[in-house]
Design a protein around this ligand. Structure first.
Ligand code: ATR
Length: 274
């Protein structure tokens, strides 16, 4: 039986085992997927042990995505751009492939929602790892413009230098930037109940708001703010979570699972636990 796991610390809260079990059942793949708690400072030993026990691949979560980046022998372009690895594949020839499926999972979720990016005015809030992971795939969808806003302006400016098609600024700068069709919250603000200080008139007619964070109900403080300030469609990041898992599954098994049914079941599971 091919073995996979999600590695992190902590890791027992992870939804990945439930998601991959549903993917496995749907596609009929012979595999098992568990959790692997990694002691801090022992990434290499823990992964080596998993591999020698027959492990075929790992998802990597906090705080080990940079360790995984260093561990991999071969990095995909999207892992290089993200500067972090969330998926390792242990190849039969002994090499280790490091990939990052977060950005592709995000774009897959926008497609599932039928939210277009091409020709749209896009605002990304945040300049940490979450924002970094979605910028390149977003730009590849050809938005009309991409504005990157962050509380600490220097961080947004540094990130925008790596992606010259973007314009960086502060939240105050947004007042003179008109409206946006798609506003993406890539800050960690929703974790602490904080909404970034957006101007009230930020949303264009028919605008959409996406929060990379997810909650059992599907609402976050940012999404509630968006709905009460003229935004017509909102989504939390549960679909992105399923999307990135689907991209990892494809990398390992060569099959693309259908996200819709899994997302519905996962939402019901989270609601029932809440
Ligand atoms: P991650 O890897 O999840 O992106 P991170 O690197 O800690 O985490 O980045 C968190 C992001 O959320 C940053 O852009 C941070 O803004 P600063 O760079 O100014 O710190 C942003 N953030 C966190 N709390 C926020 C808040 N209350 N309002 C606005 N932005 C916030």
């Amino acid at each position: 039986m091919d073995k996979y796991a999600v590695l992190g610390n902590p890791v027992n809260h992870s939804r990945s085992p439930a998601i991959h079990a549903m993917f496995r059942d749907e596609t009929g793949q012979e595999m098992e997927y568990g959790t692997l708690l990694c002691p801090l400072g022992s990434f290499g030993e823990t992964v080596d042990g998993f591999r020698s026990g027959g492990g075929k691949g790992l998802n990597i979560t906090v705080p080990f995505k940079e360790d995984a980046f260093r561990y991999a022998d071969i990095l995909t372009d999207r892992a290089k751009t993200a500067g972090a690895v969330n998926t390792l594949r242990f190849n039969d020839d002994g090499t280790v492939l490091g990939d990052n499926t977060d950005g592709a999972g995000f774009i897959a979720d926008l497609k599932r929602l039928k939210w277009p990016v091409s020709g749209k005015r896009v605002l990304v809030m945040g300049a940490g790892g979450a924002a970094r992971g979605i910028l390149k795939p977003l730009l590849e969808e050809n938005p009309a413009s991409l504005f990157l806003a962050n509380r600490t302006l220097a961080r947004a400016q540094a990130l925008a230098q790596e992606f010259p098609e973007t314009v960086a600024g502060s939240y105050e700068d947004l007042v003179s930037r008109g409206t946006f069709d798609l506003v993406i919250n890539a800050t960690s603000g929703s974790l602490s109940g904080a909404v970034p200080p957006l101007p009230e008139s930020v949303f264009a007619a028919g605008a959409r708001a996406y929060d990379l964070m997810y909650t059992p109900s599907g609402m976050t403080v940012f999404l509630e703010w968006a709905l009460s300030h003229g935004c017509s469609h909102v989504s939390d990041g549960l679909g992105m979570l399923v999307g990135q898992a689907g991209e990892s599954f494809l990398l390992w098994r060569g099959v693309s699972p259908d996200p819709e049914r899994v997302l519905k079941a996962l939402r019901e599971m989270l609601r029932a636990e809440d």
